[in-house]
Design a protein around this ligand. Structure first.
Ligand SMILES: Nc1ncnc2c1ncn2[C@@H]1O[C@H](COP(=O)(O)OP(=O)(O)OP(=O)(O)O)[C@@H](O)[C@H]1O
Length: 346
């Protein structure tokens, strides 16, 4: 962590904006379609079906050719949010991975309006699946598979693509699920791009003495909150919190008392780190999502998931494993991942 790390952001004014607007609706060099606003009105039937919303955007159902569907993410119109749109667009244009949401097209007015057409993920986001009052309980085998797929998506952006990317907002609502409950990581609006594992915060103006921090309550690395320095290890922290949610079925911040899951889990996680996974089974069962107790679950798999989470949220960040180390641990210690068709190597 002591090394000096240089940040290279994608240049937001590069090739995509330079495309002539006469080519609206046409396939770009990147293989995605560039749409006009009229096209968007047509494919969303005048924005008639809202399927999701976030801090920066509204997401609408889009009908494409035949029975194909898409999800249109319309960024709120503003100069600042347009920059976020451009970051997300540039990143998605360069990313192709089975566990990362696929970009199908975009709209860009080159000023302050931008929209992304994404593949449609019919099972929505992981947060809803885990925490909604629905009777349908996400089975244990899906939970370990999603954790393994998510860490492979993170491993890809951290270690396998060039330039490397820090997602910056790993949380369960940014994990979308396809019809078979496979993970698709989305929302690269907070991402940082560079060759390094760390991105220095913007210089504080002497007047404001404040750096704008982004992050989601319950998921944000305390080290990032203190220093403003974004690093791969902040994604690993967010992943650790998602694993705690998968195991416990509890929200990252409890809706009732506002208590953070990392604090609720802390005594058990300390016990796990101290005892090298040889922790009392009763304590593990008490933490496990009660809706899973009737399933026959290999408690050693639960302990492995918890020990991974414990390592991922450790402080200082240098003690946390890399994404490839986490993926390696999961595949070695949870043999059923191989039976579930999740062999590593994508
Ligand atoms: N491709 C998709 N298919 C289906 N639903 C989607 C899709 N993309 C987004 N959604 C829904 O919309 C929600 C918000 O999407 P997203 O996180 O990309 O928006 P955002 O404005 O960047 O949100 P945030 O406040 O987290 O920054 C998701 O949690 C999900 O429920």
């Amino acid at each position: 962590m002591g090394c000096f790390l240089n940040c290279v952001r994608f240049h937001v004014s590069s090739t995509v904006t330079d495309k002539p607007k006469s080519k609206v609706g046409s396939l770009t060099d990147s293989g995605v379609t560039c749409y006009s606003w009229d096209d968007l009105e047509a494919i969303t039937s005048n924005f008639s079906r809202l399927i999701g919303s976030g801090g920066y955007s509204s997401i609408y159902m889009a009908r494409l050719s035949g029975s194909d569907k898409g999800a249109l993410k319309v960024h709120v119109s503003s100069h600042r949010l347009y920059q976020i749109f451009k970051v997300e667009l540039q990143i998605l244009l360069h990313l192709q991975h089975p566990y990362i949401v696929k970009l199908l097209g975009y709209f860009d007015d080159s000023e302050e309006n931008g929209s992304l057409l994404l593949e449609y993920l019919p099972q929505g986001n992981l947060q809803e699946k885990l925490h909604s009052k629905s009777k349908q309980v996400l089975p244990w085998r899906n939970r370990i598979t999603i954790a393994f797929q998510l860490i492979q998506a993170i491993e890809h952006i951290h270690e396998k693509c060039s330039p490397q990317i820090v997602h910056g907002d790993i949380k369960s609502s940014n994990v979308l699920l396809d019809k078979d409950f496979n993970c698709k990581l989305c929302d690269f609006g907070s991402a940082k791009v560079g060759f390094s594992s760390m991105v220095q915060p913007p210089t504080m103006s002497p007047r404001s003495k404040q750096v704008m921090m982004v992050g989601s309550p319950g998921y944000t690395d305390p080290h990032y909150l203190r220093t403003g320095v974004a690093s791969k290890k902040m994604d690993i922290y967010g992943f650790g919190v998602v694993v705690l949610e998968l195991v416990s079925g509890k929200e990252a911040v409890s809706a009732e008392g506002g208590k953070m899951l990392v604090h609720t889990a802390a005594p058990l996680l300390h016990e796990i780190l101290d005892s090298n996974v040889d922790v009392a089974e009763d304590n593990v069962r008490r933490f496990l999502d009660p809706r899973l107790l009737k399933d026959s679950i290999d408690i050693d798999e639960v302990k492995t998931m918890l020990s991974v989470a414990a390592l991922c949220i450790r402080s200082p960040p240098s003690l946390r494993p890399s994404a490839s180390q986490v993926a390696e641990t999961l595949v070695q210690k949870i043999p059923s991942l191989s039976f579930l068709g999740c062999g590593k190597g994508v």
